[in-house]
Write a protein that binds this ligand. Structure first.
Ligand code: NAP
Length: 347
């Protein structure tokens, strides 16, 4: 890799891979183009022009983002996808988070710093980083992100895991903290093998509580391997949970919705020890807690997660990876709601 000064005095990295070999060297106003202009300025990003199913998603050539002051331009290596992005794309969250079209998508990201905006310190061209954007923009080859929303990627964390360390882990972190399990208590987690649940169960185990994870049979071995007591969900689950709990039930983390808050109430768990990241009607109706990613979206929390993943105490299972061009397929798979861990795009 070599470096070259970029736009507005920013420093740009010129990498050897074709995706990055877009060098335009400017010295004292002079410029030498090594590749035609259109190749330099246009990069690939996911866009959609109206609400709908995965078929509205397109990978388009867009202008390469320019980092504003305080921002860093990241060449994205991995960016996880999340069910919330499906809800946004289908228009279900219009009243809460309105959309302007054409719209991009994606929050989680990991990649390599390729350009620094002014007033950025602590990062250099070529740094491997992970973090998030709040601009629906990470499902792209390049994304400009505020420097206080990224942190160093430890070498031992793979790109696909690094690109998954925001939405789901922070929702898990918020959920578990909200119900504050104590050593010796029993906590139940619904959707225990999913993107959020698979991390929530591990964070809950670390508190010393007994953790019951609701999941399909095929995920039980993994749950056991992480110290979780697996229970099959569906008909008769209340009895199975009581039997597995051995006499006490203290807290409930709902990562799936669809009636699990009511189940928790039925099991006698107090409302202040129940958290849901999806059933906001139940939060209104019953006064349970509704803490999620948005309540803990601070870089310090991301760093805490990164440490736990780097030292192996928390595992982030990767269900599948897809090239950016297969973004529709990636979301079709996620929409099945059978994912164990994360699905990740590799732009
Ligand atoms: N508020 C927030 O901050 C926040 C943040 C992230 C996500 N969310 C929301 O939280 C939910 C979970 O997100 P996610 O990324 O974990 O989703 P996900 O990865 O798609 O969840 C898949 C999991 O759902 C489980 N599942 C399917 N049907 C189920 C049922 N009837 N009962 C219990 N579990 C069932 C599956 O379990 P088996 O495979 O074991 O059957 C699978 O492991 C989504 O609705 C998402 O929008 C909210």
């Amino acid at each position: 890799m070599t470096t070259a000064p970029g736009r507005a005095g920013a420093h740009r990295l010129v990498a050897e891979s074709p995706g990055f070999a877009l060098a335009k060297l400017r010295v004292g106003g002079a410029a030498w183009d090594w590749r035609p202009d259109h190749e330099e300025e246009h990069v690939k990003a996911v866009r959609f022009d109206h609400y709908g199913g995965p078929e509205v998603l397109e990978v388009r050539e867009v202008e390469r983002p320019v980092p504003a002051p305080g921002e860093v331009l990241v060449g994205v290596k991995a960016a996880a996808i999340n069910p919330g992005e499906i809800a946004i794309r289908e228009g279900l969250l219009e009243s809460r988070w309105p959309t302007t079209f054409p719209c991009g998508e994606g929050s989680d990201l990991a990649g390599v710093v390729v350009e620094l905006g002014s007033a950025v310190s602590g990062f250099a061209d070529g740094d491997a980083v992970l973090g998030w954007t709040s601009s629906r923009a990470s499902h792209a080859e390049f994304v400009a992100v505020p420097a206080d929303q990224i942190t160093a990627k430890p070498e031992q964390i793979s790109w696909e895991v690094a690109g998954s360390l925001f939405v789901a882990p922070l929702a898990a972190y918020a959920s578990v903290n909200a119900v504050a399990p104590q050593a010796g208590e029993v906590v139940v987690v619904s959707g225990a093998a999913g993107g959020v649940g698979s991390i929530a169960v591990q964070l809950a185990v670390r508190t010393g509580a007994t953790v019951i994870g609701l999941a399909s049979e095929r995920n039980h071995d993994w749950l056991r391997s992480r110290g979780v007591v697996p229970v099959v969900y569906g008909e008769g689950q209340a009895e199975r949970i009581r039997a597995a709990a051995g006499g006490r039930l203290d807290a409930f983390v709902d990562t799936f919705g669809g009636g699990y808050v009511d189940l928790a109430i039925e099991l006698g768990i107090p409302v202040e020890r129940i958290n849901t990241i999806i059933d906001y009607a139940a939060v209104e109706r019953l006064g349970v807690r509704g803490e999620g990613t948005h309540t803990v979206d601070r870089i310090e929390v991301v760093r805490e997660i990164v440490e736990m993943v780097a030292d192996g105490s928390v595992e982030v299972p990767i269900a599948a990876t897809f090239p950016l061009s297969d973004v529709r397929e990636a979301y079709r798979e996620l929409a099945q709601r059978k994912t164990h861990g994360k699905i990740v795009l590799l732009p």
